[in-house]
Design a protein around this ligand. Structure first.
Ligand code: S3P
Length: 421
């Protein structure tokens, strides 16, 4: 697809619902007693994979646009699926399901697409096996032999909300107490939602404790706009001349707002208004205006707070004055594709001065950028980041797989081009 270029980006928009919260609302709603009404649900392919998996375990789920009704069967109400559960491209679906399925009184098999089959599942199967889980394989397809679990005290080697959540969900079923200790705080949507549903859960700094729980009560889940989707427009508004973009109703949970901190550090003119709490999550309207950016160092505890935004932060770095260093981000290698390699290879095609490192990249920004024929590697966030990058290039650009944006952002291109009119 040719990436059309816009001359400026001006307007007000909302982005689709948060992917992490949408997954959790369906999963926990399925395990709750009673009906969960979800508004603002993300109809991206990943979250639809989660719905499919739970329907295949006997849960009645009605989808009416962004409104989804989940009729939970209780914590012990899932039925053995008649087929292999297919999780598509979704790491969150696959890993969180491992936690739930390990504790069921039946066996299951899970698999996903080619990307999922290459992503490491040992990071969840290992701690779950310490709880007594019996899972064959460390890559999909996974065979899960459901069994009674017991609590553990687990120190996480990598900051990962998916791993943390898998253990916490298993902990709902496990005898005794399950403690997960993080070295850096990853997104905490699970803890917030489980707390609201009445689970026996407590958070103490970087440690989360959950105890065996008999039932979860259903809640109303208003899913805010996904800050990871809003990030493309935050960067676009900052890097394009003569631009001002307001994104309404964006989730600003502090475990997700690293992108705001980094853009401000780079000199972006970014304001946050109308901060409010909705269904336990902080929400706000964000406005970004054209800004002269400078390079920054992105490292340490901020990384889990912006892990999905690093490809588009690299775009901001390409136009920023000076050097941007991204480190402590080796996790990028095990996302939908190796995002360090993908960003470096694609940016080099445009003449950007970029160096791959073991755990990130170094970008010396502010030099001429030329258009290129880009590969997305089937990775939705690469496709959207490259669409922003193409706006900054002299000459035209193409991407090989524009469709993959539907994983997290159906309607991305419509929203994008509405800003150039
Ligand atoms: C997610 C956690 C993150 C993130 C992913 C969604 C979640 O992955 O990259 O897009 O919903 O828990 P990790 O927890 O593996 O870092």
């Amino acid at each position: 697809m040719d990436i059309k270029k816009i001359k400026f980006a001006r307007g007000i928009l909302t982005v689709p619902g948060d992917k992490s919260i949408s997954h959790r609302a369906v999963m926990l709603g399925s395990l709750a007693s009673g009906t969960t009404e979800i508004t603002g649900f993300l109809q991206g392919a990943d979250c639809l994979s989660t719905i499919d998996c739970f329907r295949n375990m006997g849960i009645n789920i009605d989808v009416n646009g962004e409104n989804v009704t989940v009729r939970g069967n209780g914590l012990y109400g899932l039925k053995k699926p008649e087929m292999t559960l297919y999780t598509g491209n979704s790491g969150t679906t696959t890993r969180l399901l491992c936690g739930i399925l390990s504790a069921q009184p039946f066996d299951t098999e899970i698999t996903g697409d080619a990307s999922i089959c290459k992503r490491p599942m040992g990071r969840v199967t290992k701690p779950l096996s310490l709880m007594g889980a019996r899972i064959d394989n460390e890559y999909c397809p996974l065979y899960i032999h459901g069994t009674q679990l017991h609590g553990i005290d687990y120190k996480m080697p990598v900051a990962s909300a998916q791993v943390k959540t898998a253990i916490l969900l298993a902990g709902l079923y496990a005898d005794g107490e399950t403690i997960v200790r993080e070295t850096e705080k990853s997104r905490d949507h699970t803890e917030l939602m489980l707390g609201a549903m009445g689970a026996d859960i407590s958070v103490n700094g970087l440690d989360v404790t959950v105890r065996k729980t008999d039932s979860l009560s259903s809640v109303k889940a208003d899913v805010p706009g996904d800050i990871s989707s809003a990030a493309f427009f935050m960067v676009l508004g900052a890097v394009m001349p003569n631009s001002e973009i307001t994104i309404r109703n964006v989730g600003i949970n502090p475990t997700r707002t690293g992108i705001i901190d980094v853009l401000r550090d780079m000199g972006a003119d970014l304001s946050i208004e109308n901060v409010r709490i909705s269904a336990g999550e902080s929400v706000a309207d964000i406005t970004v205006k054209s800004s002269a950016l400078r390079g920054a160092t992105v490292e340490g505890a901020i990384i889990p707070r912006l892990i999905d935004e690093l490809p588009v932060i690299a775009v901001a770095a390409a136009v920023a004055d000076g050097e941007t260093v991204i480190k402590d981000a080796a996790e990028l290698k095990v996302k939908e594709t190796n995002r360090i390699r993908a960003v470096v290879d694609e940016f080099k095609k445009c003449g950007i001065d970029i160096t791959e490192t073991d755990d990130g990249m170094i970008i010396r920004g502010g030099k001429a950028i030329r258009g290129a024929d880009f590969k997305t590697y089937g990775d939705h966030r690469m496709a959207m980041s490259l669409t922003v990058l193409a706006q900054l290039a002299d000459g035209g650009s193409t991407i090989d797989d524009a469709e993959c944006v539907n994983i997290s952002y159906p309607g991305f291109f419509e929203n994008f081009y509405s800003l150039g009119k």
